[in-house]
Design a protein around this ligand. Sequence first.
Ligand SMILES: Cc1cc2nc3c(=O)[nH]c(=O)nc-3n(C[C@H](O)[C@H](O)[C@H](O)COP(=O)(O)OP(=O)(O)OC[C@H]3O[C@@H](n4cnc5c(N)ncnc54)[C@H](O)[C@@H]3O)c2cc1C
Length: 616
Amino acid sequence: LSAPRATRPHGLTTDAQTFAGLTFDYIIVGGGTAGLTVANRLSENPSFNIGVIEAGELILDEDLINVPFFFGQSLGNPRWDWSFNTVEQPGLDNRPIFTPRGKILGGSSALNFMVEGRASKPEYDDWAALGNPGWDWNGLLPYFRKAESVTPGDPGIVPGADGVPGTDLTSHGRTGPLKVSYNRVINQVLDLAAPYVNSFVEFTGSAANSDPENGNSTGIWQTPRTVDETQGIRSYSANDYFVPVQSRSNLLVLSGAQATKILTRKTPATGVQATGVQYSVNGTSFSVKAQKEVILSAGSIQTPQLLELSGIGDADILSQFNITSVIDLPGVGENLQDHLLVSADFLLKDPAPHTWDQFRFNSTFKQEQQDLYADKKTGLLAATSSIFGFEPLQHLVSSDELSSIVNSLDSEIAGKTLTPIQQRTYELMKNQITSGAVAQVEFGMLPMGTVTSPLADGRSYITVAGLLSRPFSRGSVHINSANPLAAPTIDPNYFDLSFDAQVMTTSMQAARGILSSGPFADLLESPSTPGPDVQSADDFESFVRSAASTVFHPLGSASMAPKEIGGVVDTNLLVYGTSNLRIVDASVMPIIFAAHIQATIYAVAEKASDIIKGCA
Ligand SMILES: Cc1cc2nc3c(=O)[nH]c(=O)nc-3n(C[C@H](O)[C@H](O)[C@H](O)COP(=O)(O)OP(=O)(O)OC[C@H]3O[C@@H](n4cnc5c(N)ncnc54)[C@H](O)[C@@H]3O)c2cc1C
């Protein structure tokens, strides 16, 4: 406890006993995306001692995690994935949906597909309009920039996007820990990318966008990704926020330890105060003290779980498990939102332009790419999916169809009992549909087959995924046991509102339309999965319900919002009713937005760090 600073254990440890004997100013629960960002920034101040409790381990030498082209292949491995499942989803043909989450230093940033991106300005401005002053585009932009270090891309990869992506220094950062770069290997699929982009622009009436990070993220572009181009590997919170600062004497990460409870005490002067954290290692329980604050960064599934286990949540739910209520806070675990994805693949005419399918069936090409990566850390193995289009509904349906969609949404909402946060959020979200200023659907393109099984040998495909960017359905995550080691019940309630199913159906119809028209039509042999027999809106909707899955972006389960409408944290990210328990992770983000969410989580964590340090 009184060890002088120089001899204090620091860096990484698995010694749960020694950790318990130290006193920290700040304990961060969860060494994931947000947690390690905050750990880095708070430990910049040498007078703070920071402790991090993380259930997973530090894994820096695993190709399935490091090599960009292997994105998606690490999922389900119990060494680093919590591998949750939702309850059966009635809107998705009663399927439970596999919900991977990183159980590793770096959290889900170690497993994600490395797509980087920001939503449009009005979407963040709506967070502020919900009752969170300061949490708008202008309040976040400095932190988007602070988190990243961008290497500009190549011009001209997306026809019509004339600027060089990543060069505008009003929106991009050059000195942040996170390395952001652009695919270069896409040059090898230019013969495919150019007709795709041209057909996309022709079909949607949209435009190529050179820099979607500047507050207007609509149109089609080559996405930035969290890849360290100089090393050809994933950039994430473990290797770029933690490793470079692990020699700081005031930062200690305990790995392999699962937090089981936030310890609190109640005083008339301060209300509920967090005093420390209880954690478990191989069945043995320990506890550690926090002199200043406890920061919960366990992610949008486990942060609400830990709150409930600690007596903070809906008292009625807690009483079912004989947990004494410390703060009755009904918003905990509610307002869960997630993006959904459905992919279609299409068979290309033979001979086809070069696609990534070559890696599957052309052993010479595969060997060349492996050698290139081994020698220079470039080539296909350094690539990720790259060309994305983000579209408002106005670009996909006629104005009559749009009116009908909005009218059905109105009547569906009118028939539901809404929570106050839903009422307020839905008004804001409906305005964005009619304004057409933000995307409702995302189209991701992969120059390879991914859905058809088995893929035809020697043949090439293209995949177009439709993503529901601004779903209206809201779900929940709650404990179903007082056992802290049991998984919580995750119910995202996908397609609770049929608007969501309708938008995804539209995305699949549009994908078919894009590839069957314009210059791409000359390359297309036929739709593969779903096949050509899927034609009507009903056919497409059945396909969507049978095939949609998560894009792994759950958020909102401990939303930042006024308490009276169901918020869990205030604008300083303090849990209502506490003086020193904060939440910093995806669970505080109150309204889902049209972008992959990691860049926003890093920005939230950067901003939170300044708030905690008192310099926001
Ligand atoms: C497969 C996948 C693909 C994705 N692809 C993309 C993408 O391409 N682009 C994008 O922008 N976003 C993507 N995302 C989403 C994004 O990566 C996550 O939303 C983000 O990383 C979550 O950050 P977080 O800090 O909220 O939680 P996490 O990063 O998940 O961190 C939570 C941490 O807390 C730890 N933890 C949890 N409970 C406990 C406990 N009780 N005790 C101790 N430790 C605990 C976990 O082990 C974990 O390390 C993807 C996510 C996944 C899973």
